[in-house]
Design a protein around this ligand. Structure first.
Ligand SMILES: Cc1ncc(COP(=O)(O)O)c(C=O)c1O
Ligand SMILES: N[C@@H](CCSC[C@H](N)C(=O)O)C(=O)O
Length: 380
């Protein structure tokens, strides 16, 4: 089955009891057991729920994994994934990661004895040099949030394998439509499904997928033990959103191409961060490992122009945290999504105070561009 067909017919596409073509919402905390001490398929909804199972089967299929796991948020999926490891284990982690992941690592996981070395994942030599005797995994995003940096998944997974280390990729920005890390050698993929997968800014959810049966068994255990599972209503809503992922991504991409063209030709705009640009550092790797470059664009205004005035002047594009929804969203990472990273570290990693991040939606592109244009004019 090809990708778009899988989106629609994947998971449990037909309910076994009624034949319903849309997976029913099994809103039941527990399930009747016919035999005492038997091994019922369903026992308790934290352990397993048929609606959630359909979603989990679908994401496993889309990412070419053996098993998928749905969580109450992307952060919960990342937390459960790091919980596979133990005190004293060391990780090589990308320098540009979502601010909440930085916070989870520094304020939570370090307290439990996990150790981290932060590395620019674009530098393969630095990645290999950072691997120590106690390194257990390499963790990174590609494209990254918010600088859209590209890491070579296959090259990093090859280095990791050589050292007996696992590769974990946050595939939120690309989605399985544009990139499938497990097919490039990664062991685990995580998602903030709150973003493109859900696609409508109406659900907070996370997913983890692995192609390794042993990791799958451990993740199932951790999902049940930690208990940060996705409820049946949100599981249904997420799977409903995912059915149109391919259709949405095509429009997101067309619109992003038009917006990039506009930004490149507007004299208020300074540096643009977008892997689709031929002179962007990660362009060639992105072209090799991604179907297309996606619809996340970061940029700076020319020196002296007021980023705050610009984002507050927009009338159609929402000034809001999050991304990947049908509506265009804009934000200033230093103040919003990456505010939990101390300023000096943020600046060191290249996230300037004035950096603007735009998630291009699927509105008519003329309207998105007209809004950008009118807000930029206010800076004259
Ligand atoms: C790349 C990335 N990973 C993980 C997360 C965490 O996801 P969630 O907000 O669903 O917890 C986010 C955003 O929140 C993100 O942008
Ligand atoms: N205030 C939230 C930040 C949410 S950021 C959401 C998303 N990852 C994005 O990058 O837009 C927090 O403190 O967690």
């Amino acid at each position: 089955m090809k990708f778009n067909t899988q989106l629609i017919h994947g998971g449990n596409s037909e309910d076994p009891t009624t034949g319903a073509v849309s997976t029913p919402i099994y809103r039941s905390s527990t399930f009747h057991q016919h035999v005492l001490g038997g091994e019922p398929k369903w026992e308790y909804s934290r352990t397993g729920n048929p609606t959630r199972a359909s979603l989990e089967k679908l994401i496993a299929e889309l990412e070419h994994g053996a098993a998928g796991f749905a969580f109450a948020s992307g952060s919960a999926a990342i937390h459960a994934t790091f919980s596979l490891f133990s005190q004293g284990d060391h990780f090589v982690v990308g320098s540009d990661v979502y601010g909440g992941t930085f916070r989870l690592i520094n304020k939570v996981l370090k307290r439990f004895g996990l150790e981290f070395t932060v590395v620019d994942m674009q530098d393969l030599e630095a990645v290999e040099n950072a691997i120590q005797d106690n390194t257990v995994a390499v963790y990174f995003e590609t494209p990254t949030n918010p600088l859209l940096q590209i890491a070579d998944i296959k090259a990093i997974a090859d280095i990791a394998k050589k050292h007996g280390v696992k590769t974990i990729v946050d595939n939120t920005f690309a989605t399985p439509y544009n990139q499938q890390p497990l097919t490039l050698g990664a062991d685990i993929v995580v998602h903030s499904a709150t973003k493109y997968l859900g696609g409508h800014s109406d659900v907070v959810a996370g997913l983890a997928v692995t192609n390794d049966e042993e990791i799958a068994e451990q993740l199932a255990f951790l999902q049940n033990s930690i208990g940060s599972t996705l409820g049946p209503d949100d599981s249904w809503l997420l799977q409903r959103g995912m059915k149109t992922l391919g259709a949405r991504m095509r429009v997101h991409q067309e619109n992003a191409n038009e917006v990039i063209n506009f930004l490149q030709n507007d004299n208020h705009i300074g540096k643009i961060y977008y892997p689709g640009l031929k002179d962007f550092p990660g362009h060639e790797v992105a072209a090799k490992q991604m179907r297309n470059f996606g619809a996340m664009i970061s940029f700076e205004l020319k020196d002296g122009l007021d980023a705050k005035k610009f984002v507050e002047s927009l009338q159609l594009i929402d000034l809001a945290e999050s991304l990947g929804g049908i509506e265009s969203l804009i934000e200033v990472p230093a103040v919003m999504t990456h505010g939990s990273i101390p300023r000096e570290i943020r600046l060191e990693n290249g996230i300037k105070d004035e950096l603007i991040r735009l998630s291009v939606g699927i509105e008519d592109p003329e309207d998105i561009i007209a809004d950008l244009q009118q807000a930029l004019k206010k800076l004259d």
